[in-house]
Design a protein around this ligand. Sequence first.
Ligand code: NAD
Ligand code: MG
Length: 388
Amino acid sequence: MRRISIFGATGSIGQSTIDLIRRDRDAYDVVALTGGGNIDLLAKDAIDLGAKVAVTAYEDRLADLKSALSGTGIQAAAGEHALIEAADREADWIMSAIVGSAGLAPGLHALRHGTTLALANKESLVTAGPLLMRSAQSHGARVLPVDSEHSAVFQGLVGEDQSEVERVIITASGGPFRDWSLDQLKGATLAQACKHPSWDMGQRITIDSASMFNKALEIIETKEYFGFAPDQIEVLVHPGSYVHALVGFRDGALMAHLGAPDMRHAIGYALHWPERRDLPVERLDLAKVGQLRFEAPDETRFPPLRLARQVMEMGGLAGSVFNAAKEAALDLFIAQKIGFLDMARLTEEVLNQMSTDVSQPQTNMSLDTVLAADKEARARVMALQTKQ
Ligand code: NAD
Ligand code: MG
């Protein structure tokens, strides 16, 4: 039996992971499940899967979790410290699907035990890519990509020599505002940003898809995970989301990865890697799809794409600042305190404010320096916001 843990088990990726586990329950020994405020779901899944421990991120929900698990023999725990303890429990495969930079510390701890970390939490790579990948290497651990585009590139590289890759193209659906003008974007509401045309995801990544912050994070994720140079990484808008990524080789060949927009493919690939197994995903009927549309991305209407290039050029802790400023600005947008375009404006301002401090060589990077940059960037977003 494979020992597995799922961080962010109650979220969209966590639930898709549990769906796959449930279909083959006897193959897995579930160690830890973690969640946030949805105690009922966390407890239900922990009981159903026979987890050893269930952890809520919120200390003030511990009593509720304890009572939901009473008499089951499943341990209940809460808070950041408990998340780390859960990450320190031996497991063969761990899903990292907490949203935001809160996923970094548990992921780093898990890697120290030489485990396989299936990484949905792209913020870990944006915030501390060199730290994460170095840690995996030094502990003989493996990071497997779960983001659909990165899983697609990973699959496109099987059996290939990466030095023969000329470019990689990650696709973007374009989100709900793909053809909106700048003026329209200025007035985009929370409800409008929460409606994704092709993917069903958590609220934060859905809004990030509408602003293209998600694609900006993914550009950086591509650089950090695979080590491609920034100018080898391209974005292509592809409404429909059938082609997830393409890998271009020195002879001009482009290998595309296609599939239905269902995260259970990328999760399942990471779960069974290096094998392929049957997965309960819709098979694409291309005759029915009929046409595949592609468009160039627009960095004027979607400035995060431009900012991603700036972050890669800056290096150092720029990724931590970029991600944290974006997270803080997203909180403000969700609280309806700022407009849609203010998210990119505030993020850019904080990135520029902190540019000389953060563009240091990456050998200085540690969890402490990353968390300090993250904290300062968030504080600066709040300061800019209250000044207005
Ligand atoms: P979600 O909001 O649906 O779920 C997030 C999970 O993290 C929940 O279990 C929540 O309780 C937990 N969580 C939230 N804040 C936390 C904190 N501070 N500490 C500990 N736990 C916390 O999010 P999601 O859509 O499942 O996305 C999860 C991750 O996967 C994100 O990094 C996202 O970018 C990435 N991802 C998601 C998709 C998708 O289709 N949903 C696709 C690619 C990548
Ligand atoms: Mg993606």
